[in-house]
Design a protein around this ligand. Structure first.
Ligand code: PMP
Length: 454
């Protein structure tokens, strides 16, 4: 166990042990855990987090990328206060004007979105998208990519973790939780990201059974797709009548206002959004082709589709079921709209990306200077630090890098007041100004010095 870490975080350790008496593993989501114990936070402001021991950290986790404006942005807080004072309640449980307002904003921004439904998390969004695709096509199988995460439910907890493998080997099907029903393993086809020949072959083999291909267009928010990969996938899925779902929970509003589909000019049939969309509150949304989305309409459901729109699989009457007590929560939509309005101001994305570049270059320069083979890889304001000098195109390239050194470096970063979850990506916010980046690089240099001294 790292002695400085333990010395600095004694109260976290104690609170963690206490929490573990009442909460399995002391965490309310498995992802929040890291060894020897996660740091317990007390407050936050802008780019900074403060833990229960009084340590200050520059936050590069930002709630797994959700907080694109940083912590406690005043525009979000003011908008929420205004909404509360106007509406006089916390939630209506009926339609209200913000729902249509946010839906219209998403339709304007995302080329693949004509109609929208809201959910309370990214997982619910991908789940609804998959159900829509299954109903639309009348097929049973789901194709997903190795290493892509779509939420914590049975159908997609397959091959989320990746295995080391040679390029010619096919990705293996792994089950990422206990108690996943065999049905899902049997009806899931696993594809290799950025490897077109294999992807094409596997899709061809199962072309009559696959309802949807679901993918993170930028794997893990940091491995970009090869230039032609997304385009070919779009063409092939179209040809085979397979619904293409972009899970833009991470890339939405991160790779620009129109997500990865805007950046790469490839339009999916359905899009899942989350994270940034809620301005730090629980949210998800599914948007997509009007006729496909319309099958969950209770006002006639499938029956309101024209003969040309209707798929043979859809039958008569019964709409596709989608519900949720808290869907379209007014406070969540207020926070999301305030976030999007801020992002729409001119110069916000260029500045965010310039600051990200400054940090990436600075990190690479410092690590090189200390003789540590490294590179940063990412898109927009999210990137990862990979300790290897080989090109990174597949998750296997990350698995082949020096992960044990990276883990050590991450502990030294925590000790120096740079917060990331060990081995995780770095996300930036508008609160990460050029001064904050300079401060980060100073802390990184101290972390690297103490790392190489050991
Ligand atoms: N899809 C992607 C690409 C994600 O990154 C995540 C969350 N990390 C999800 C889906 C699930 O979202 P949530 O945690 O809100 O359920």
């Amino acid at each position: 166990m790292d002695a400085p870490f333990v010395r600095k975080t004694a109260r976290s350790a104690q609170m963690y042990r206490e929490a573990a008496r009442w909460i399995p593993g002391g965490v309310t989501a498995n992802i929040k855990y890291f060894a020897p114990y996660p740091i317990v936070m007390d407050s936050a402001s802008g780019a900074y987090l403060y833990d229960v021991d009084g340590n200050q950290y520059i936050d590069y986790n930002l709630c797994y990328g959700a907080l694109i404006l940083g912590h406690g942005d005043q525009r979000i807080i003011a908008a929420i206060n205004d909404t509360f004072s106007q509406i006089g309640t916390t939630i209506f449980g009926t339609p209200h004007p913000l729902e249509a307002e946010m839906a219209r904003v998403l339709v304007d921004l995302y080329p693949g979105i004509e109609k929208v439904r809201f959910t309370n998390s990214g997982l619910e969004a991908t789940l609804l998208a998959i159900r829509l695709a299954m109903a639309w096509t009348g097929r049973k199988k789901l194709a997903k990519f190795e290493g892509h995460y779509h939420g914590s439910y049975d159908q997609v907890l397959i091959s989320v973790t990746s295995q080391k493998r040679k390029r010619e080997q096919r990705p293996v099907k792994t089950l990422d939780s206990l108690a996943l029903p065999d049905y899902y393993a049997e009806n899931t086809v696993v594809l290799p990201f950025n490897e077109w020949d294999q992807t094409e072959e596997i899709l061809h083999q199962h072309r009559h059974e696959i309802a949807a291909v679901i993918m993170e267009p930028v794997q893990g928010g940091f491995i970009p797709p090869d230039e032609t990969f997304l385009k070919r996938l779009r063409e092939l899925t179209h040809q085979y009548g397979i619904v293409l779902i972009f899970d833009e929970v991470k890339t939405g509003f991160r790779t620009g206002l129109s997500g990865a589909q805007g950046l790469y000019g490839v339009i999916p049939d359905l899009t899942a959004l989350g994270k940034v969309l809620g301005g730090g509150f629980p949210v998800g949304a599914v948007g997509g082709r009007g006729e496909m989305m319309e099958i969950c309409s209770p006002a006639g459901g499938v029956d309101i589709l024209t003969t040309e729109q209707r798929q043979p699989s859809l039958g008569q009457g019964q709409p596709l079921f989608h519900s949720g007590t808290y869907n379209g929560h007014p406070v969540v939509l207020t926070a999301g709209l305030a976030t999007i309005q801020t992002l729409q101001e001119s110069g916000v994305y260029p500045q965010l990306e310039a600051n990200t570049t400054q940090l990436r270059k600075g990190m690479e320069e410092i690590l090189n200077r200390y003789g540590i083979a490294s590179q940063t890889i990412g898109v927009g304001s999210i990137f990862n630090l990979v300790l290897s000098d080989q090109p990174v195109r597949r998750i296997q390239d990350v698995l082949e890098s020096n992960l044990s050194l990276r883990r050590k470096l991450d502990t030294h970063l925590l000790n120096q007041g740079v917060f990331i979850k060990p081995l995780n990506r770095f996300s930036l916010s508008t609160a990460h100004t050029a001064e904050v980046i300079d401060e980060t690089l100073e802390r990184l240099e101290l972390a690297v010095k103490s790392l190489v001294r050991k």
